[in-house]
Design a protein around this ligand. Structure first.
Ligand code: NVA
Length: 312
């Protein structure tokens, strides 16, 4: 059966660990002298972006090439996905041309249709609900700075109801981490997301919790994470969001409440002076540039791993 990465829990805990190990190995050998070129042929990987991108487009483009494959940027506007042709018809066509599809879009349901109809592995390059590629890059980054993931405490502050909050719950639980989400009322992940993450955590020794008080939430944390308060598609709400999220800003004072050797993460783009202080993101505890680099290594591991399991 063709496998996909549509949400973080499409991988089991053991599979997540396997992909992260592969990513670490690939990082040491980026041009495949040891691991080989799994996409040699070249196999083509189609990338479609319905929202803005910098890290995702550049890391997938470079990553596909480094695996010996050929990246193909499909212009979503020209293709008219969902307008000129249905998502299912686009999927059927792409599945006959390319070996994998990477899609950044709005609705998770559309991504699921793409996966069901394409016949080739589909990778979520961010939807409104999940950002699993970022989480694999983040987990790889944490292992580099803090060692084994299981048992570490990670606190996510800000818009918990966005893709990053949901993905942190699932991926952190898979890794056996203790995940705390600190968000104002109305911006907490749905209960079903906590329930699913708790179910995973029960098998990995991790835990998940909501802690509305940001000071309590960061107490002793090994990893402090934030994200923009205004996710792509929410621009009209920017002013209201900035008011409600202000107490959740990752300032130097807040980071001082975490473990003394805590690392600070942000998937970028960052808005200094809003969700994170300049002195924090540009300071010694910040690992944001490692995170950005690790997108490429983590996604190469995902593509290689899925390619090995493809059914055609
Ligand atoms: N939550 C952010 C992540 C950006 C990589 C957004 O969806 O815009």
């Amino acid at each position: 059966m063709t496998r996909h990465l549509l949400r973080d829990d499409d991988l089991t805990p053991a599979e997540q660990a396997e992909v992260l190990e592969l990513a670490a190995a690939i990082k040491k050998d980026p041009f495949g002298e040891v691991l080989g070129k799994p996409l040699a042929g070249p196999h083509t990987v189609a990338m479609i972006f319905d929202k803005a991108t910098l890290r995702t487009q550049s890391s997938f483009t470079a990553g596909v090439a480094e695996l010996g494959g050929q990246p193909l940027l499909v212009d979503g506007k020209l293709a008219g996905i969902g307008k000129r042709e249905s998502v299912a018809d686009v999927a059927r066509v792409l599945g006959r041309q390319v070996s994998q599809v990477v899609w950044r879009t709005y609705a998770q349901a559309d991504l699921e249709v793409m996966a069901a109809a394409s016949g080739v592995p589909v990778i979520n390059a961010l939807t409104d609900d999940f950002h699993p590629c970022q989480l694999l890059a983040d987990l790889l980054t944490i292992t580099e700075h803090k060692g084994p993931l299981a048992g570490l405490t990670a606190t996510f502050l800000g818009d918990g109801a966005c893709n990053m909050g949901n993905s942190w719950l699932l991926a952190g639980a898979l890794a056996g981490m203790h995940v705390r989400i600190s968000a104002p009322a109305g911006y907490v992940p749905e209960q079903s997301m906590f329930d699913r993450a708790a179910e995973i955590a029960a098998g990995t020794g991790g835990s998940v919790a909501a802690e509305p008080d940001p000071v309590a939430a960061v107490a002793g944390a090994d990893v402090v994470i934030t994200d923009t308060w205004v996710s792509m598609g929410k621009e009209d709400e920017a002013e209201a969001r900035r008011a409600v999220f202000a107490p959740y800003a990752v300032t130097a004072d807040l980071v001082a409440r975490a473990a003394p050797d805590a690392i600070v993460m942000h998937c970028l783009p960052a808005y200094r002076g809003y969700e994170i202080a300049a002195e924090v993101i540009d300071g010694p505890q910040s690992v944001v540039w490692d995170e950005a680099e690790n997108r490429r290594h983590a996604q190469k591991a995902v593509m290689a791993w899925l390619h090995e399991r493809r059914s055609r």
